[in-house]
Design a protein around this ligand. Structure first.
Ligand code: URA
Length: 235
């Protein structure tokens, strides 16, 4: 039987070590992950955000993307009809204002093993980093406007043969908070977000990932490392 997301989040929260010594956000509220069905198991698309805000940190919420930006994202997912998704932030503790994080790369690095644990459970076929800072987890260019039109195949170089691993598509996307700033659900930016999500959804034919020919690869060393920051951009 699959584990509930609530129990999974609690187990991750309780298992954390070393935060107090290393992380500037160690005393902030930990907010876990979420999935469309409330369980931890394979989901097709994983959305990766920056970090939770105040609404996500409310004791009766403690879920990512439940504030205004998150509601916009969830509305878009409903409109597109996505039914197999997961959400997590690259930094798991909340701040009132995401922009106030002094050293996001450090916090991302410290959180990466918990995020990676989730990724292993979810086994996503597509990862969608939203906004420039989440994109940095993959060493992607800061120009999110450019990146958010591209698709890559994450290139894994593990000891296992590549035929054993199914491909993961990396599909950068603008952050829903940008859409909110630009006017929300009535803005042209929202239309752009919907178009991008439709494109991502279109990669799945009856739930199966169907790749367009000639997608460029994006190099990563191995699945365990791909959420680590600090890797230099290689192209
Ligand atoms: N912005 C994020 O990046 N994540 C959240 O969970 C909420 C807002």
């Amino acid at each position: 039987m699959s584990q509930s997301i609530k129990n999974f989040n609690k187990s991750i929260e309780d298992s954390r070590t070393g935060c107090k010594e290393a992380c500037p956000l160690w005393d902030k509220t930990f907010v876990g992950m979420d999935t469309d069905n409330g369980n931890v198991g394979q989901r097709n698309i994983l959305f990766l955000g920056l970090n939770p805000g105040e609404e996500e940190a409310e004791p009766n919420a403690k879920r990512p993307f439940v504030g205004a930006a998150g509601q916009l994202l969830r509305k878009a997912l409903k409109e597109i009809g996505f039914t197999s998704w997961a959400m997590v932030n690259s930094i798991l503790c909340s701040t009132p204002n995401q922009a106030s994080i002094e050293n996001p790369a450090l916090c991302q690095r410290l959180c990466s093993r918990y995020v990676t644990t989730f990724v292993h459970k979810i086994k996503p076929k597509c990862i969608v980093p939203m906004g420039a800072t989440a994109c940095q987890v993959f060493g992607l260019d800061k120009k999110i406007q450019v990146e958010s039109t591209k698709l890559y195949i994450l290139e894994r170089q593990t000891s296992r043969s590549s035929t054993e691993e199914s491909p993961i598509v990396l599909a950068p996307c603008v952050h829903p908070s940008r859409v909110l700033r630009k006017g929300g659900a009535k803005s042209t930016e929202y239309g752009t977000l919907l178009t991008r999500l439709e494109e991502i959804g279109g990669l799945f034919q009856e739930g199966k990932l169907t790749l367009p020919k000639g997608l460029p690869t994006w190099p990563i060393q191995c699945l365990e490392q791909f959420l680590f920051t600090g890797r230099k951009k290689t192209r």
